[in-house]
Design a protein around this ligand. Structure first.
Ligand SMILES: Cc1cc2nc3c(=O)[nH]c(=O)nc-3n(C[C@H](O)[C@H](O)[C@H](O)COP(=O)(O)O)c2cc1C
Length: 403
């Protein structure tokens, strides 16, 4: 796939995705909310941290491999849930899941996936070497969510991830400007946008149209499983703003496997989660897509990691675009990261091969950063690699820029 060969980093994949996808869809994936402060801040938190080389240490035998919840992963990365993978590529969630199995990292399937979880489990489940996690948006009618949890359990999903940072919909004004929305409304502006991207139009909507018709949110309960042209009611019923700790207690009772909360930003919430038997805390601000004043996840990570200690697994997402970002997150207390857009850009450019490419790019960059900083295993990645380190794993803000 020549398009992929020319992509040397995640930014190249992003540029290629931008060329391939209609503007409305690309911006839905790429942009965030309101004034795009949170998304930029997530990146600058990574960028302002500086590392120090370690000299003259034999790093010829090094590995980025790790374990996540007691099982091996080829690197400290899992794929984040992204509801629109199936629009970026025909059966995009399936492609992402196969890529994750091939790369030996876990895949999180979104509630809003356009491929049913059954098909994902069949094609990329444990028998195919895959590890599958399921992300839950909670329906106002709780029984519907409880049924979904049971369905994920029946299908052998290893972990349940409850997204807890989305009580209300975000102000993504650019979608309105672009005439883009889910459900799709076939506005003249959107149709023109599609016509300007014929490769995508032929490869994605046309393939659906000539096989299953317009895609649906296949994990939604039957009464809400409408095509992407007509799902308004379903979206309104999603993301209950009444979600609270009582729901978490119920989910814990119901779910026998690993249970994680995605979108924790405060140590007190993380500590409270421990009391509810939560196994994993995902420090996330939804890739800056929800609250534009959200703190960078890398900035809130150390306090949460310190408060939780080894009582739960800490995972970070939002803004990971380079392998060095993963090393920085690990040094500040995360056990792994999730990638949302990075692997989605890859999927948009080359399906499974594109997502594998994105993972391999991050893996190679991570490997190099570990070699430079003298870390032979992920356990050797500690705050000691930082320049500007003062106490524990705290970085003085000024020390990040100048000492
Ligand atoms: C297009 C898109 C769709 C997403 N859909 C979901 C979703 O269905 N459920 C969810 O919990 N998070 C969703 N997210 C958030 C991601 O899971 C993740 O938190 C975020 O993308 C991480 O930031 P990054 O994109 O900078 O890696 C979505 C993100 C994007 C970019």
């Amino acid at each position: 796939m020549p398009r992929l060969d020319r992509c040397l980093n995640i930014w190249d994949l992003r540029a290629a995705a931008q060329r391939r996808l209609p503007k409305g869809l690309f911006e839905f994936v790429d942009r965030a909310t309101e004034d795009h402060i949170a998304v930029a801040n997530n990146r600058s938190a990574f960028e302002r941290i500086k590392l120090r080389h370690r000299a003259l240490l034999d790093v010829s035998r090094r590995s980025v491999a790790t374990t996540l919840f007691g099982k091996p992963a080829s690197m400290p990365l899992a794929i984040a849930p992204t509801g629109s993978a199936g629009l970026c590529w025909h059966l995009g969630e399936l492609e992402l899941a196969k890529a994750a199995a091939k790369a030996k990292v876990p895949l999180t399937l979104s509630t809003a996936s356009m491929t049913p979880m059954e098909a994902i489990a069949k094609a990329a489940g444990p028998e195919q070497g895959g590890r599958l996690w399921f992300q839950l948006y909670v329906w106002k009618q709780r029984e519907l969510s409880h049924q979904l949890i049971e369905r994920a359990n029946r299908n052998g999903f290893e972990a349940l991830i409850v997204t807890v940072d989305s009580p209300v919909g975000a102000n993504r004004e650019y979608n309105t400007h672009n005439g883009f929305g889910l459900p799709f409304s076939l506005t003249p502006r959107f149709m023109l946008d599609v016509l300007r991207h014929p490769a995508w139009a032929l490869d994605v909507p046309m393939k659906y149209f000539t096989s299953i018709g317009f895609p649906r949110h296949e994990n939604y309960p039957p009464e809400h499983r409408k095509s992407i042209l007509s799902g308004v009611g379903a979206r309104d019923a999603l993301r209950a703003d009444s979600l609270d700790w009582n729901d978490i207690a119920k989910f814990r009772d119901m779910w026998p496997g690993t249970l994680m909360l995605k979108g924790v930003n405060r140590p007190d919430d993380a500590i409270k989660a421990l009391g509810y038997g939560i196994d994993g805390i995902i420090v996330s601000n939804h890739g800056g897509r929800n609250m534009d004043s959200a703190a960078a996840t890398l900035d809130v990570l150390p306090d949460i990691a310190e408060a939780v200690g080894d009582r739960a697994t800490i995972i970070l997402d939002s803004g990971v675009r380079r392998g060095s970002d993963i090393v920085k997150a690990l040094a500040l207390g995360a056990k792994a990261v999730l990638t949302g857009r990075a692997t989605l850009y890859g999927t948009a450019v080359g399906g499974e091969a594109g997502a594998v490419k994105a993972i391999n790019i991050l893996k190679n960059e991570m490997d190099k950063t570990m070699a430079y900083t003298g870390c032979r295993t992920v356990d050797e990645v500690t705050p000691d690699i930082f320049w500007g380190l003062r106490e524990g794993n705290r970085l003085r803000p000024t020390a990040m820029a100048a000492d």
